[in-house]
Design a protein around this ligand. Structure first.
Ligand SMILES: Cc1cc2nc3c(=O)[nH]c(=O)nc-3n(C[C@H](O)[C@H](O)[C@H](O)COP(=O)(O)O)c2cc1C
Length: 344
């Protein structure tokens, strides 16, 4: 089965095609450090056979966190806890990436001194969010530096890869969209200008992130809104970004409130289009939950990897359970071998 076929992308020797996408656990302590809950949560998905775990959005600055309960990576003291998660996933046979994020105008965190939000323009996400301060050129270079420092700390913690969060309306994505970016300088206006900040961050991070380690980028393929970004523009952005990026993780939406109709596999056509048009490895994600769906996507070459989000929250042993359900030869976790023996 395609689900169980190994694949190698740069340093990532993945034993199967199943990825856990980044999902906030809101379990960090008051210093935005890892807690026991993270160890148990990620360790369980590693035991369950997930090949690649992408750990939740982690703030490169205090006001880059989404909430006060999100993890941070802006100081060295935050490395040790992250390293424990990395080591426990490695011990259970999974590879692990960290999603580096700046929440931008969607930051809801208020603790840790910086209790203000920032964005490309001083436009709030909606009436429930704070109005961000428009970033100056000096702020932009500080944020690029913070992404680089975060990447260096992720390397020190032993992560196999990093994923830059360029989706869902957070800072990098808010530069891409004309809905949140109304700047009149070289960072706003044309698509090339709106993509400039993302490309600069990618260029600088690529310099400090080890050349032999994979760099992933998550993007929203479309804003689903008139005047927003769409798939055609995202394809152009990916063609400009691909010299820095090893795998693209294709999501959608989040730039502004929009009525979305979601249904099984609703984002797969975006991943498929990116794979076909840009010739890059892609992860498909979004309401994929069954082995039949995952197999269809992989076997038809619509994506290279499949991420299961909420399904892995419900069922941490999805990979092992799928192998058992389908009677496949599989290396079950040794302590659970008796559970995966004869069915009756
Ligand atoms: C509880 C929860 C937290 C999430 N946190 C993040 C996050 O930190 N970063 C991110 O890029 N996406 C985040 N997402 C989106 C997921 O990565 C995924 O794209 C989405 O859930 C769709 O996949 P699914 O239908 O398989 O769950 C989150 C989703 C959920 C349900």
């Amino acid at each position: 089965m395609h689900i169980f076929e190994p694949i190698t992308v740069k340093n990532l020797n993945l034993k199967n095609r199943i990825v856990m996408p980044p999902m906030c656990t809101y379990a960090a302590d008051a210093n935005s450090h890892v807690t026991d809950r993270h160890l148990i949560h990620y360790g369980s998905r590693a035991i369950g056979g997930t090949a690649l775990i992408i750990m939740e959005a982690t703030g490169i600055l205090p006001n880059g966190r989404i909430t006060d309960k999100c993890l941070g990576i802006w100081e060295d003291e935050q490395i040790a806890g992250l390293k424990q998660v990395v080591d426990s996933c490695h011990n259970e046979g999974a590879l692990i990436a960290l999603q580096l994020n700046h929440a931008g105008r969607k930051c809801e965190a208020e603790s840790k001194d910086y209790n203000y939000t920032v964005g490309p323009s001083a436009i709030a996400f909606d009436e429930t969010y704070r109005r961000p301060r428009e970033l100056s050129h000096k702020d932009l270079s500080d944020i690029k530096q913070a992404f680089c420092e975060g990447a260096k700390r992720a390397d020190a913690a032993g992560f196999d890869a990093i994923e830059l969060h360029g989706a869902h309306g957070y800072l990098l994505s808010s530069f891409l969209s004309p809905i949140s970016n109304m700047r009149t300088d070289e960072y706003g206006g044309s698509m090339k200008n709106r993509a400039r900040f993302l490309l600069e961050v990618l260029g600088e991070v690529r310099e400090v992130w080890p050349q032999n380690k994979a760099l992933l980028l998550r993007l929203s393929a479309t804003d689903y809104l008139p005047g927003g970004t769409d798939l055609a523009e995202t394809i152009e952005i990916i063609n400009m970004a691909k010299k820095y990026v090893d795998i693209f993780h294709i999501s959608s939406g989040g730039i502004a409130p929009a009525l979305l109709k979601t249904y099984p596999g609703y984002q797969v056509p975006f991943a498929q289009a990116v794979k076909k048009e840009c010739h890059v490895p892609v992860i498909a994600v979004g309401l994929i939950s069954t082995s039949e769906m995952a197999e269809e996507i992989l076997a038809n070459d619509r994506a290279d990897l499949v991420a299961l989000g909420r399904e892995l929250l419900r069922n941490p042993y999805w990979v092992a359970n799928t192998a058992w359900k389908l009677d496949l030869s599989y290396e079950y976790p040794y302590m659970y071998k008796r559970a995966y023996g004869r069915k009756f």
